[in-house]
Design a protein around this ligand. Structure first.
Ligand SMILES: Cc1ncc(COP(=O)(O)O)c(C=O)c1O
Length: 394
């Protein structure tokens, strides 16, 4: 075999989205793209704010020294300062710019964090359902992801989390608003999790970090706010990106931010900067750093996603699906009417609706629909969901 056995196994295990994509491509080739409702990919389709192009043009015209040159591995000081100042409001704590490292998206930030904190065999506890790449990010750095079931309505089940923490636990990772469930954890849940991690850190005489993956922080509906993690726990790290809030997913720009009062702050920051360098990122894209430094607080038009959510939610409920109305992100995670979610997704394909089985997110028994698609696709899908509902939901 040309590739490592482990990679071949990982590729097989993680192939849901790819498989669905390939099977969807075959269906589209057979029936025409407008005859297939593809809800598989979480690719933000709302246009970036006009200020993105406007500011980029300005930046390109500015005669800056070393505009395209190497820079500090942590990123441009002006970008780190701008992020620190802005997220001080979000996190309700004065964030130190030294604790902000510019990264290649949230994915880059998570890899940098894991590389810096994991010893071989260390565990990361992840409440399910979760973004499937966490497994591979942990493995990239010698760690192991340990999945724990969610509580009711995808809340944090603190007893389950407590039971999963061992002397090998280096971190707990949470994602709110959640991909795939759209759940937002409450301030009370975060405070309780913070208390648990304080207690477990003392018990096992090691710092257990709380990693908060927040790329959907600004994609929230009905005026809901995403509570900050910094007030809930000192040894916490935020991973975030502009992929969704500015629809800049292809430009690979994000950051990590360390709580200003985290233990061994300076050593940890040095570790992150070193990891960013040796992972080969070297630094986050320079033009994008200059851009986001000027666009703190900007966001795509979230009302567009909200409209799509409302349209599809009503259709799913009317069709008889059991589904929680997501308060953030752009996914539905309905209960599969068949016990086997993979089988149900195959049934959906027969109706030319493409979805991803919940098993792909450590959430068997559910399926994911990404509603970052055009309105026409959603409208076309509604009578089809009704038909599917008649067959499977009643
Ligand atoms: C929960 C979650 N975390 C991280 C990422 C990675 O995003 P980025 O483009 O910022 O690397 C994604 C992307 O879909 C995601 O859904």
């Amino acid at each position: 075999m040309a590739i490592a056995v482990k990679i071949a196994e990982f590729m097989e295990r993680s192939s849901w989205i790819r498989k669905m994509f390939e099977e969807g491509a075959a269906l589209k080739a057979e029936f025409g793209a407008d005859q297939v409702c593809d809800f598989t990919l979480g690719n933000p389709d709302v246009p970036a704010p006009a200020t993105v192009d406007e500011e980029l043009v300005k930046i390109i015209r500015e005669p800056l020294p070393m505009k395209y040159g190497y820079m500090p591995n942590a990123g441009l000081p002006l970008a780190r300062r701008a992020v620190a100042e802005y997220i001080s409001g979000e996190q309700q704590i004065k964030v130190n710019p030294d604790g902000v490292i510019m990264t290649c998206g949230a994915g880059g930030a998570l890899n940098v964090i894991f590389k810096a904190i994991l010893n071989p065999g260390d565990e990361i506890v992840a409440p399910s359902p979760y973004f499937v790449e966490y497994n591979f990010y942990a493995d990239n750095h010698g760690g192991v992801l340990k999945s724990v079931p969610a509580g009711e309505n995808f809340s944090l089940d603190l007893e389950m989390i407590a039971g999963a923490i061992t002397p090998k636990t280096a971190a707990v990772i949470i994602n709110s608003p959640n991909n795939p469930s759209g759940t937002i954890f409450s301030a009370a849940e975060l405070e309780a999790l913070g208390r648990l991690l304080e207690e477990k850190s003392r018990q096992f005489k090691r710092v257990i970090y709380l990693v908060s993956d927040e790329p959907y922080r600004k994609l929230v509906y009905d005026g809901v706010e995403v509570p900050p993690i910094f007030p809930a726990y000192r040894n916490s790290i935020v991973a975030n990106s502009y992929s969704k809030e500015l629809s800049l997913a292809g430009e690979r720009i994000g950051y990590l931010a360390l709580h200003p009062e985290a233990d061994d702050f300076a050593q940890l920051v040095d570790g992150f900067i070193f990891a960013n360098r040796v992972l080969g990122f070297v630094n986050a894209p320079g033009l994008m750093q200059r851009l986001v430094a000027r666009l703190q607080g900007e966001c795509v038009d979230v009302s567009i996603y909200q409209r799509k959510r409302d349209l599809l939610y009503q259709g799913l409920v009317e069709a008889g699906f059991e589904v929680i109305k997501p308060r953030g992100a752009f996914y539905f995670f309905p209960k599969s009417p068949l016990p086997d979610d993979v089988e149900f997704v195959r049934e959906l394909q027969k109706f030319r609706i493409l979805a991803v089985p919940g098993s792909g997110f450590a959430g068997p028994g559910y399926f994911r629909l990404a509603y970052c698609v055009d309105d026409a696709t959603i409208e076309r899908s509604l009578p089809i969901f009704k038909e599917v509902g008649k067959k499977f939901c009643r």
